[in-house]
Design a binder for this molecule. Structure first.
Ligand SMILES: Nc1ncnc2c1ncn2[C@@H]1O[C@H](COP(=O)(O)OP(=O)(O)OP(=O)(O)O)[C@@H](O)[C@H]1O
Length: 263
């Protein structure tokens, strides 16, 4: 469903600010696979998501979605294939618009562009049904401004809206990181339900190792632009946070040795 092949990305190449973000990355996701992505700061996690969404273009390599080469397509051209929820609860929704207007905009995304967010009775019934599944009582607040919702409610709504265009890929970029633990747990649980219900192929970046082990069917760990660990469902079940930390320390040690050797 998603094939990232030999992707390399350097920022500010040839300058003093040069940053190699991705080093010949290869990553393939089968339909319905839910991959959690962990790693150190600056490891390249967000860059993988940005290259998948089309926000960034790789220097070399290709990105394929459902067999189609989308490497050269801009983000708005890929929008109908991709749903995305960001870390900032303010990023995915418009605070001055009502819940139903926000949902209507998301519903139209990928179908028509630049149209007023009209809300028909049929759409409203659909929105209410969808909101019920969140069990947050939002189905009774269709006309409430989204700016009045809590961060957790907004992230839950963003998650739901991200599924409306039946995306081929769902990208979750630390979407629970800005929430308090209780709301983060709620959005985590909803994520598992929504992904399962829509059978979404999903890439989720998180700094929370426990969450990365609990959610999804596969886990990858990144470090300095490379995928350094890739484990499937079976192994993930047997792995603890302590094991992940140990693995990371081992590999970090290796990387340091490499650097020492280069000096
Ligand atoms: N738009 C950009 N311009 C310049 N450098 C960038 C840009 N985006 C990322 N980088 C650099 O690329 C590298 C990888 O960054 P990226 O944001 O992908 O890491 P990350 O794993 O998501 O990190 P974090 O967990 O800290 O968010 C870092 O060195 C970062 O400074």
């Amino acid at each position: 469903m998603l094939d990232i092949t030999n992707v390399h990305k350097t920022f500010f190449a040839g300058t003093v600010n040069e940053r190699v973000a991705l080093k010949e990355i290869n990553l393939s996701l089968t339909p319905g696979e839910f991959v959690t992505v962990i790693g150190s700061n600056g490891a390249g996690k967000s860059t993988v998501l940005n290259i998948t969404s089309g926000k960034l273009r790789p220097d070399t390599g290709t990105v394929r979605i459902d067999g189609n080469d989308v490497t050269k397509l801009a983000d708005h051209q890929r929008a109908k294939f991709i749903g995305r929820v960001f870390q900032d609860p303010m990023a995915g929704t418009s605070p001055d618009m009502t819940i139903e207007q926000n949902m209507s905009m998301a519903y139209e995304r990928g179908k028509t562009r630049g149209l007023a967010p009209g809300v028909t009775k049929k759409k409203r019934d659909f929105f209410q049904e969808e909101l019920k599944s969140l069990e947050l009582g939002l189905e009774n607040r269709l006309k409430a401004k989204v700016g009045l919702l809590s961060g957790g409610q907004r992230q839950a709504l963003s998650l739901l809206m991200a599924t409306f265009s039946s995306p081929k890929i769902l990208l979750l970029d630390e979407h629970t990181a800005a929430l308090d633990p209780q709301r983060a747990d709620l959005v985590s649980r909803l994520t598992a339900e929504v992904v399962e219900r829509h059978q979404l192929t999903t890439l989720m970046v998180t700094h929370n190792m426990e969450q990365a082990l609990r959610l999804g069917s596969r886990l990858i760990m990144m470090h300095e632009g490379r995928i350094i660990l890739d484990i499937g469902q079976e192994q993930k079940r047997k792995t603890t946070v302590q094991d992940l930390l140990h693995e990371f320390e081992k590999i970090k040690g290796g990387a340091l040795d490499d650097r020492t050797m280069l000096q």
